[in-house]
Design a protein around this ligand. Structure first.
Ligand code: ATP
Ligand code: MN
Length: 483
């Protein structure tokens, strides 16, 4: 007989088939015993709720019951009966328990008490067995699924752009090198530099920082595409919003201008939030309470005004604010923290790059809503962004979210060959190496636009988790690649 003749706890809770014999499998969260009976709370990860199993020592040997400690993995067969206790509608009366995997209670690091998120990060191989991380990873899954659902429904095609690339033209930060050369003793050219001609790709290669440039190539053939893949940045940013390896969703659309782009981004973000609200109720409820609990230790004025679910509904139901960079600078200049010199970086003149403190002021204090900031100075944005008539700004768009800051970065792309080449030359970007990118402007160019959504920042927003390391299974950050 096949081993996996079990019913998932999620299904059992939904159906409560009173009187039937079923088998469940999962990990013990807690066990309470008295002389007459043992109560085992079993969790199989299918849902946040534990299922209560009642084990009668007349039926289950003491030897087995002793092994049903927190962390042990069990296969339990029994009869579904109406629950005596509160909350749950049914429970299982065990006829037999098989211990699939023991867990020594003296050594098992996860105990049925509260562990700090920092501690759990050190045992990331086990932390998914907690309520918090179970909830986070179920929500993460739902959001990833919703990304594909959204674009598929709209007729976008999913393109797999390369993870190894030879260009860092994006200039989106430091890259990780990819090489098979002996790094202790690499071949050298006559002038003493490393001879990458002898490397695997016969040139320098690195891990991608973005799939955008390749995405543009696809959009100028298939009209509407998206990528959803890992991206890598070797910047030494030890923040709660940066990972060295993160996942990015990058739609790219032919025949879209900047406004079409912003409309799509807003609609997409709201869709993802609504998807989670509709499909992850139990997990979001749990995460809302977790956040509330966490915020109790903060001073009152630093706590969120809204609970997690209320906040998600608020963002999904209200228009995002749309303002230009120039308008934002005016607001920031006149703002209290700027006047009172409370910002670490004071806003003095047009052209300044916005720091996270400024973004958060706009979103959290001034507008109290997500903000789409557009038309940034060309000097602080990438070469491929479309140049505006004023000669000073480009058709860039950043979307700023409360508690997160920048969640989306995008733009209408420069489709005009002459202007694109001139800008690349100004910035010293080698146009010959980028021949393939420029070919799309040479042949059948058209207005097009796109953006990148940092997937983990989105998961952070929806789950209310404060640190990006807690929304990806095995975070890669400076000095940390364990597991
Ligand atoms: P930031 O200014 O926050 O470092 P960025 O401007 O470098 O971000 P983009 O190059 O515009 O980021 O990337 C698009 C999106 O990818 C960002 O809006 C953000 O959501 C996400 N993102 C960028 N860098 C990281 C990172 N190191 N870790 C996680 N997500 C990131
Ligand atoms: Mn950006």
């Amino acid at each position: 007989m096949a081993f996996n003749k079990r019913v998932k706890i999620k299904t059992l809770l939904e159906q409560s088939p009173i009187g039937e014999s079923v088998t469940i499998m999962g990990w013990v969260r807690t066990r309470r015993s008295n002389k007459n009976v043992s109560f085992i709370a079993l969790n199989d990860g299918s849902i946040i709720t534990n299922y209560q199993v009642v084990a009668d020592p007349n039926q289950i040997s003491e030897e087995i019951l002793k092994k049903c400690a927190t962390g042990a993995c069990l296969k339990i067969s029994g009869t579904v009966v109406e629950s005596q206790g509160s909350g749950q509608t049914s429970e299982l009366h065990a006829n037999s328990i098989e211990v699939l995997g023991e867990a020594d209670p003296e050594k098992y690091p996860l105990q049925p008490k509260k562990h700090s998120l920092e501690f759990l990060r050190e045992i990331a191989h086990l932390r998914m067995r907690t309520n918090t991380f179970g909830a986070v990873f179920r929500v993460r899954h739902a959001l990833a699924f919703a990304v594909h659902q959204y674009f598929n429904d709209k007729g976008f095609f999913y393109i797999h752009t390369p993870i190894i690339t030879a260009s860092d033209a994006e200039g989106a930060g430091e890259t990780f090198k990819v090489t098979t050369l002996d790094i202790g003793n690499p071949p050298k050219t006559e002038d003493g530099s490393v001879d990458f001609k002898q490397d695997f790709f016969e040139r320098e290669a690195n891990l991608t920082v973005s799939g955008q440039l390749e995405g543009e190539l696809a959009a100028l053939a298939l009209s509407e595409i998206y990528t959803f893949g890992p991206t890598f940045r070797a910047e030494n940013s030890n923040t709660t919003r940066h990972l060295a390896e993160f996942w990015m969703i990058e739609p790219e659309m032919a025949f879209y201008d900047a406004e079409d782009n912003a409309d799509l981004a807003e609609d997409f973000l709201k869709y993802l939030i609504n998807y989670a609200l509709n499909n992850c109720q139990e997990d979001l409820k749990f995460l809302e309470n977790r956040l509330l609990d966490e915020e109790k230790s903060k001073p009152a004025d630093q706590r969120s005004e809204m609970g997690l679910i209320e906040k998600l509904k608020f963002v999904a139901e209200n228009d995002f604010v749309r303002i230009t960079y120039t308008e934002a600078i005016d607001i920031l200049k006149r703002s209290k923290p700027n006047q009172k010199k409370k910002f670490q970086y004071l806003i003095e003149e047009w052209g300044a790059d916005l720091q996270s403190e400024h973004e958060r002021y706009l979103v959290e204090k001034h507008f109290k809503k997500p903000v789409i900031l557009t038309d940034y100075p060309k000097e602080i944005k990438s070469f491929y962004m479309r140049q505006n008539e004023d000669g000073k700004t480009v058709a860039a768009m950043d979307i700023l979210f409360p508690g997160i800051g920048e969640i989306v970065g995008g733009s209408q792309r420069e489709e005009r060959m002459d202007l694109l080449v001139r800008r690349m030359e100004e910035l010293g970007i080698p146009t010959d190496e980028m021949w393939w990118f420029l070919d799309t402007r040479r042949f059948g160019s058209t207005p097009h636009a796109g953006f990148g959504l940092g997937f983990e920042r989105m998961v952070q927003f929806v789950t209310g988790m404060g640190n990006i390391r807690d929304v990806i299974a095995f975070p890669r950050t400076p000095g940390n690649a364990e597991f």
